[in-house]
Design a protein. Structure first.
Length: 103
């Protein structure tokens, strides 16, 4: 039995599509709707997967050039200064931007 809330619903749907014999049922609570059916292959014709790959590569390259620091200035909220600096340093890395876009 699988349960997925919000973005976790996509993980549940993907797991169920890949391992149908392992899943007895699913509960999706306010789940994000999939762009396409889980477990299906991309058509290869420049679909959303191709666009995501290109955006990911562009963001990763821009982070290596230092543009990720601009992105890191936003979204730290009211964190204490020490943690704010750690979040900014992590967010500005190419690998973090790439994984955020991929997710």
């Amino acid at each position: 039995m699988l349960a997925g809330h919000s973005f976790g619903g996509l993980y549940v749907l993907t797991y169920a599509a890949r391992f149908p014999d392992e899943v007895a049922g699913m509960v999706l609570v306010d789940s994000t709707a999939p762009a396409r059916a889980p477990g299906t292959a991309s058509s290869g014709g420049g679909g959303s997967d191709d666009i995501v790959s290109r955006v990911s590569a562009l963001a990763s390259a821009s982070a290596r050039l230092g543009l990720g620091r601009l992105y890191g200035q936003f979204g730290v909220g009211d964190l204490p200064p020490r943690f704010r600096d750690e979040v900014r340093a992590n967010v500005a890395t190419a690998s973090n931007l790439r994984s955020t876009i991929a997710e």
